[in-house]
Design a protein around this ligand. Structure first.
Ligand code: DGL
Length: 268
């Protein structure tokens, strides 16, 4: 199936998911939408995030995508089930793949989850983890300052180390042995977070796990692109700030982003 895969996020963060999909599914074309005009989703209500997500899925459907990845933890936590109910295309989010990997890697059964306020408040990771293994204890912590630190490029900085210490010391006290990086931006802080938490804590990247889950889903449904002779074509769309998007994307993605188009997402 040569149709593209739709990938969307509240902004630039979902590019960490797009990057993993490009690595694991090198023959698939992606259509990425970043809702840069309305970011952040992490402090918005479920109603708003569901409305925004439905508009984005309607837009992606006009591009005839064969599957959709909700590459945003907040939208996955708040809107995934509403999207799956309403639309006829396979749609996957990042929460379940992240939770499955965390359950596989924990020995102590103490799992930490760091995410936006909205994701933590939704309890989605907790629910999913406890369905997979009712013996698991989950400690969650919202880390709202991580998103702006990443967007400012402060991946290795004293300020970032201080903020990490401030947010994560409780998780250390709980002796978690697996920590879910439950927000699209956090995998970019992986080195700094790993240094603070120590080697014995496994950092789980839902972006990587989601790309694996997508590959399995496309394979099972015979939806993988079989024509490996042509390079995939990726297209990028945003609701605002094309130049900033391209700058961030060029730092995250393996290949330069040539063109990004503006979409009036409110009209969908
Ligand atoms: N993409 C969001 C997430 O993964 C983080 C940024 C936001 O708050 O919109 O939860």
């Amino acid at each position: 199936m040569e149709q593209a895969i739709g990938v969307f996020d509240s902004g630039v963060g979902g590019l960490t998911v797009a990057r993993e999909i490009m690595r694991q599914l090198p023959y698939e074309s992606l259509i990425y939408f970043g809702d840069t005009a309305r970011v952040p989703y992490g402090n918005k209500s479920a109603e708003t995030v569901i409305r925004f997500s439905k508009q984005i899925v309607r837009f992606l459907m006009t591009k005839n995508v064969k599957a959709i990845v909700v590459a945003c933890n907040t939208a996955s936590a708040l809107a995934l089930s509403s999207l799956q109910e309403e639309f006829d295309v396979p749609i996957i989010g990042v929460i379940e793949p992240g939770a499955v990997a965390a359950v596989k890697s924990t020995v102590s059964k103490n799992i930490g989850v760091i995410a936006t306020e909205a994701t933590v408040k939704s309890g989605s990771y907790n629910k999913c983890l406890r369905i997979l293994d009712p013996k698991i204890t989950v400690v969650s912590k919202a880390c709202p300052l991580f998103v702006p630190l990443v967007e400012e490029g402060l991946l290795e900085d004293r300020i970032t180390d201080d903020v990490i210490q401030r947010y994560l010391h409780e998780l250390k006290d709980y002796q978690v042995d697996a920590l879910i990086l439950g927000c699209t931006h956090y995998p970019l802080l992986r080195n700094a977070i790993g240094r603070y938490m120590g080697e014995e804590v496994k950092l789980v990247n839902p972006a990587y796990e989601t790309a694996k889950a997508l590959k399995a889903l496309l394979y099972e449904r015979s939806m993988l692109n079989e024509d490996t002779s042509v390079s995939p074509h990726h297209a990028y769309f945003v609701s605002d700030g094309v130049d900033n998007f391209i700058k961030f994307a060029d730092n995250v993605l393996p290949a330069d982003v040539k063109m990004t188009s503006l979409v009036n997402i409110e009209s969908y």
